[in-house]
Design a protein around this ligand. Structure first.
Ligand code: MN
Length: 251
């Protein structure tokens, strides 16, 4: 009798660099990933795999080999130079080496038909990587917009998101509207070719995107990994992502 253990999909989660701001290691840098992503991927049945920023093309390729699907995580602003704009007053911190790294990860994933889930900054990077642009700061560009950088606690669902009927997101969430948290001061200005908006808030800000073809390419502007504990329906996003990753790893 033999036991064929089903291999769980490896989910690569892009990391950031954090500079230690106090103590004896002050000034040194650490690779960091929000723990909520790791917990959510594990709960959804995946093997979380942290992808630290490197710059060697060959190393990046080998990092991506065991990865069945890519999660682009949240973080700093994308450099506006990447969408042919100069930095405006409202731009936040940027980390160009992370932009370059994640662009490579994303293009490798797409070339190899690996599913992508892009969260917050991830959605913005996805849009820029495919040729779109961003509002560098919502409060300056769109002063009448809602509060998208909430003061409430991280798990708190503060604004209403309306989902586009007949979208992949609608199929996954099984609801036309729901509440999400919101921790972004930037947003999509011009949508990239190859993406379509699948969700928005009442002020017209794009809160979700998906690829126009069959590949699982999903971006959300909110942070489901900080919500699923109190709002279990947010796990649906990660479960759908894992299902796509399983299909891909079987192929
Ligand atoms: Mn928002």
């Amino acid at each position: 009798m033999s036991y064929l253990k089903v291999k769980s999909p490896f989910i690569g989660i892009s990391a950031t660099l954090l500079t230690i701001e106090s103590g004896c290691l002050m000034g040194s840098e650490r690779t960091a990933v929000g723990h909520g992503y790791i917990e959510a991927i594990q709960l959804a049945g995946g093997i979380p795999f942290v992808l630290p920023i490197v710059d060697d093309e060959e190393v990046i390729q080998q990092q991506m080999e065991p990865v069945d699907a890519l999660l682009l995580s949240g973080g700093d602003d994308v450099s506006p130079l990447l969408y042919q704009e100069e930095p405006e007053q409202g731009l936040g911190a940027i980390l160009p080496e992370r932009d370059a790294y994640e662009m490579r990860l994303l293009h490798m994933a797409i070339e190899n038909k690996k599913p992508v889930l892009a969260i917050c900054r991830g959605l913005q990077l996805l849009n820029v990587a495919l040729g779109g642009t961003l509002y560098q700061d919502i409060s300056i560009a769109l002063p009448l917009a809602l509060q998208h950088n909430q003061k409430a606690q991280v798990h708190e669902a503060t604004h209403t998101v309306a989902v586009v009927p007949a979208s992949r997101l609608r199929q996954i969430m099984e609801e036309e509207t729901f509440l999400t948290n919101s921790f972004h001061h930037q947003a999509i200005k011009e949508l990239a070719p190859g993406l379509r908006a699948n969700a928005q808030t009442k002020d017209g800000i794009i809160e979700g995107v998906e690829g126009v073809d069959d590949l699982f390419l999903l971006g959300v502007q909110w942070h489901p990994e900080l919500m699923f504990d109190k709002h279990p329906k947010m796990l649906k996003l990660f479960r759908a992502f894992l299902e796509a990753a399983r299909d891909r790893s079987k192929a």
